[in-house]
Write a protein that binds this ligand. Sequence first.
Ligand SMILES: NC(=O)c1ccc[n+]([C@@H]2O[C@H](COP(=O)([O-])OP(=O)(O)OC[C@H]3O[C@@H](n4cnc5c(N)ncnc54)[C@H](O)[C@@H]3O)[C@@H](O)[C@H]2O)c1
Length: 325
Amino acid sequence: MELIYLSRKDVEGLSIGMHEALTVVDQGFRLKGLGQTEMPPKPGIHPRNNAFIHAMPAYVKGVEAAGLKWVSGYPTNIEKGLPYITGLLVLNDPETGIPMAVMDSSWITAMRTGASVGISAKYLAKQASCVAAILGCGVQARTSLRALVEILPDLSQVRCYDLYPEASRRFIDEMSLAFPKLHLTACSSPAEMIRGADVVVTAIPILAEPKPPLDAGMLKEGGLAVALDYDSAWTGSAMEECDKFVSDDIGQLLSTQKEGVFFSGIPGEIYADLGELAAGLKPGRQNETEKIFSMNMGIAIDDMVTARLVYERALAREAGTRLPL
Ligand SMILES: NC(=O)c1ccc[n+]([C@@H]2O[C@H](COP(=O)([O-])OP(=O)(O)OC[C@H]3O[C@@H](n4cnc5c(N)ncnc54)[C@H](O)[C@@H]3O)[C@@H](O)[C@H]2O)c1
């Protein structure tokens, strides 16, 4: 028996675009909404302060994607010149359980995370959204913007803020090159960044004791907030004032809350998860004035559907290294 090993370079070399990632992630959410998926809440270990290593298994019927991502997030890696998020993903044959592939999961994580932002925007942003704000100009910010460009045809302005001005500078240089029509501005504070934004994406380090810079009254009427960083960026009252509070997985949100470290300030009423919206079981945005909050923690279903796409493309291109099991 053999499996395929795909390094980060192998995965990136397949040149899968954001459009394709959005398609499979949307389908994954739809199947989740229709009850065609199995995904227990992710368990984790925490070898260092504010660090995590999570196990993320899922099975998606129909797409026939089954497997596990083993992913770590270390906020102090930035000081060592190392990536915050790293990991491996094992894809299994759902018929026999036999591992078919082991692949680096950095690209998959970034692409499916960005795609989840795009899916939140698809169902929850105003159609005519033209200004985006991005807090934390790192890896997830880049793929989030790529997805927003795909989903929001009128997007023309991006206002960003990073604790390190050179990180915003690099982000703007890179994104201006990719999207020359976008007007990107580095702001001097989160408060300045959020002014006038229709969609706000936050992607700063997840901290056990955060000092969230975004408070009630800052998200404009009709705005959409998408948090990728748990409750690090927004205060409880900012979440509470929203007309709808949505998550990518309510079960995972509540089980994480129960552990007692995160999400103590989220509203008591959770309107829907993205699966219900993608499956058409509940309406997303219903008018131009609602303030909506989408708490996207990152779910294994998104990883598995993206990994399946990677696997199939790798087979077609004969990419990667075959290893004996
Ligand atoms: N929800 C998901 O699906 C998902 C997936 C992957 C990563 N994440 C989370 O997203 C966050 C960002 O991950 P990443 O891979 O982009 O990391 P990254 O290190 O590439 O980017 C983080 C950026 O935030 C900046 N930053 C740090 N503290 C800040 C602050 N207080 N204010 C403004 N900027 C600040 C850093 O300078 C850096 O540029 C992390 O919390 C990570 O755990 C979420």
